[in-house]
Design a protein. Sequence first.
Length: 593
Amino acid sequence: MGGCFSKPKPVELKIEVVLPEKERGKEELSASGKGSPRGYQGNGTARHFHAEERLPTPQPYPSPQDCVEATVCHVKDLENGQMREVELGWGKVLLVKDNGEFHALGHKCPHYGAPLVKGVLSRGRVRCPWHGACFNISTGDLEDFPGLDSLHKFQVKIEKEKVTIRASKQALQLQRRTKVMAKCISPSAGHSSSTNVLIVGAGAAGLVCAETLRQEGFSDRIVLCTLDRHLPYDRAKLSKSLDAQPEQLALRPKEFFRAYGIEMLTEAQVVTVDVRNKKVVFKDGFKLEYSKLLLAPGSSPKTLTCKGKDVENVFTIRTPEDANRVLRLARGRNAVVVGAGFLGMEVAAYLTEKAHSVSVVELEETPFRRFLGERVGRALMKMFENNRVKFYMQTEVSELRAQEGKLQEVVLKSSKVLRADVCVLGIGAVPATGFLRQSGIGLDSRGFIPVNKMMQTNVPGVFAAGDAVTFPLAWRNNRKVNIPHWQMAHAQGRVAAQNMLAQEAEINTVPYLWTAMFGKSLRYAGYGEGFDDVIIQGDLEELKFVAFYTKGDEVIAVASMNYDPIVSKVAEVLASGRAIRKREVVYATQQNR
């Protein structure tokens, strides 16, 4: 994101109630791909890869028959800073007027189809109202995450005070654009043990790193390896849609990796990193050399240590197979969820219409208490209770009882015994960095990888990104933090790639998080750890509210439900380097009563 983060200035904050968006009970799934990679032999061991191929790049206007042109308005119909959806016959376009100039872009966010006309226009870009992705209005390029694709940009001409747009019919229907990427020209045949860039971890950080390298013209070899058996997929979706299949969750189809020469190693576990010789060793003995290395191993879920911890049908949801098995076992039966954080509550919400009963066990007094505060947590808890979810708070599991090896009961320290055919654990995670302990790559006392603003570790040429890192958060005075958000992993992966190419980029994105439960979407932006007050506008009981989290005199985070696009507005203010003062929010809240 642009903007300077030094010397924050107060900003006049106008907060107003807006009509709630029509929330979708089930979000759209990501772009999908089918099939699995084929294998090759390297050092005598079967591996998986994607061959170097390239899909044809579609031309903006392949033929006159593909074009549509329409006059959509008078130049005075839009004020500066105004956006409007206009119809071109073959599809809609987002028309933007900024500093006297008109721009025409795709009207839906490529991430999950949010209407960008309901977003926030600021500093030459439009921010998605749902998940905070930002697009340059002059180019359509994706400038901040989540998501992978950019918007199409259409031709605008002004004649006799009329605004006319010319667009490709194909582009109008696709509603997304993949940036031009370089082709890999380094032959891998005969050189299976060496590489130029090696990426350990194929989540959002790893995939965005690989894509950014190609977008920036890097044409040497890239190898992306993962413990998973699948190509990169939207892991954040697993707890929201337990029935989702790998091909529905895939972030890119397998043809994409072939086209851009990104080799995939699946079911590949790195056990040693030799920074002196720039080499990694896999569990099966396979070795790869690198010139630049990105570590994005993610995290490992915590498990129970109580009596009976090894019984069957107790899950941490890490893969589509995990999610699918939980759903099969829960249908018409009794499900227990341990942990009332985002993963646990999303699973509980999804299972309410599938299971006979859903119970949630949590150590805290209310769900999300540390993250969203007591009042918001209680409002969300009531929403779950109204949907037949039973809560067992301020307690934990003391024993898992089985019959013929399979889970039958969950015993709580409060002595309550819950019938359970399946149990899902959402009790936190630890960084998956055990393989780095003897590598010389720095780890902190909790196992996280500390990086600087350029995502560099203490070892030259070795970068890290995603859930396993701590990094300086620019707008919080460079405080070293760990933020395991899907959006943050995207941003860190791009910054790492840019600095592999010596572009001296720095991480300065504003964290943005979302969840969906019972057809309601909660948005969150900022970093609220250590908040000492919560200012709420709206109606918690009606689940139409915005909550401002403050520390001292400063707003450090915001959450909302049915109050779009307030979270994106606040994120944009924070991204510009300006501070929001508590007294401004208090005053605005009083004015709106």
